[in-house]
Design a protein around this ligand. Sequence first.
Ligand code: SF4
Ligand code: SF4
Length: 182
Amino acid sequence: MGSERSPSLCRPTLPVPRDLCDQCRMCCRFTDPDRSPWVSRTGDLTDFPESFSAARPLRLLPLPEAPADPPVWRCSALGSDGLGCDIWGEHPADCRLYPLLVVFREGSFRMVLDPDCPFSSRESPSFFRRHADGFLSEEWVRMTPEGLRAIRPFAEREDRPHFQEVLVLPHPVAPRRGSALP
Ligand code: SF4
Ligand code: SF4
């Protein structure tokens, strides 16, 4: 984290309508910190891939209007009106792609769809497949071996049985950091 973003990096983002999120408000608030954006979690994130990093460090803050038991957290980039992201366009891949997620299931990284998001039933399977393909070709192919190792523990914890498989992500071939390009 902290490195400058590549200016050529295309950043696929799912067009979830703002009015739908306004009614739902499920995102960006967390009772389980393990389900917050990967970059706001603790741990050694030195090798975290650029796609999954944010334009600025993210933290979880207590949500004052929520009951304290169980505690509810909000992302530090959530707008003051409780809706909208202050770093929109530069938010991490796990936010930009939701309700698509990257999980590690049965020995492979996969893109899955979370049916709990109301947007997941508004579009066709081919719509989500197209966006998963876009992530694969624009971002996943740049993943380094270090990046894969860094996200795997998070991707394993992210998986839920009801998530619907959209795409198996092939092992990317990006060179190791510091190695000479062909
Ligand atoms: S779950 Fe879906 S509709 Fe609800 S806030 Fe998140 S992205 Fe928007
Ligand atoms: S980075 Fe933006 S979209 Fe992602 S959890 Fe935070 S406020 Fe929400």
